[in-house]
Design a protein around this ligand. Structure first.
Ligand code: IMP
Ligand code: MG
Length: 176
């Protein structure tokens, strides 16, 4: 049990309904093809595992772990790769699965790195998108939900390493 209960912003049921829509679109767009799915750790683990259960295509699942250099001095958009994928994406269809796009720096840098490896096609699925601050060089192909510029947790997303296990997306209030 959680000591604190973040307020529900998007319920478990709403998430699952939306995931069905996203999977239907992916199944249609890639019909007859194979897909390399790249789950961006840690935040996307729950979204990715629920999503791929609904994808009806041959999948190779890969994981990446990234961290941003993250201070104002180096906010050039460069991210550090802590864990890289194991198989080649050259000539393959790639679906990048992200938890949330906030400033867009992580995604911009990741996409640049992946494009350099010459995939056949690359698309992006993100559970959440905060349009308020985002400056994106790439389009989001499969979007779960747009959210306001507030800090959200749950369903994979954390605050200081906590709340990832919640089955819903919630907001933290002062005092949490
Ligand atoms: P960006 O590079 O600014 O787009 O940051 C994206 C990353 O920041 C996400 O993958 C998350 O790890 C983290 N992040 C941004 N906003 C939130 C939030 O509201 N809750 C939890 N993590 C967040
Ligand atoms: Mg992330």
């Amino acid at each position: 049990m959680n000591e604190y209960n973040p307020e529900v912003l998007i319920s478990e049921e709403e998430i699952q309904i939306r995931l069905n829509d996203l999977a239907m679109a992916i199944n249609k767009d890639y019909a007859g093809e194979e897909l390399t799915v790249i789950c961006v750790l840690k935040g996307a683990f729950m979204f990715c595992s629920d999503l791929i259960k609904l994808i009806d295509l041959p999948i190779k699942l890969e994981f990446m772990d990234l961290s941003s250099y993250g201070d104002a001095m180096t906010s050039s958009g460069e991210v550090k790769i802590n864990l890289d994928i194991e198989s080649t994406i050259k000539g393959r269809n790639v679906l990048v699965v992200e938890d949330i796009i906030d400033s867009g720096l992580t995604l911009n840098s990741l996409m640049k790195t992946l494009m350099f490896r010459k995939p056949k096609d690359i698309s992006v699925a993100t559970l959440l998108f905060k349009p308020a601050r985002a400056s994106l060089d790439y389009k989001i192909d499969y979007l779960g939900f747009e959210v306001d510029d507030k800090f959200v947790v749950g369903y994979g997303l954390d605050y200081a390493g906590r709340y990832r296990e919640l089955p819903y997306i919630g907001t933290l209030n002062a005092g949490n």
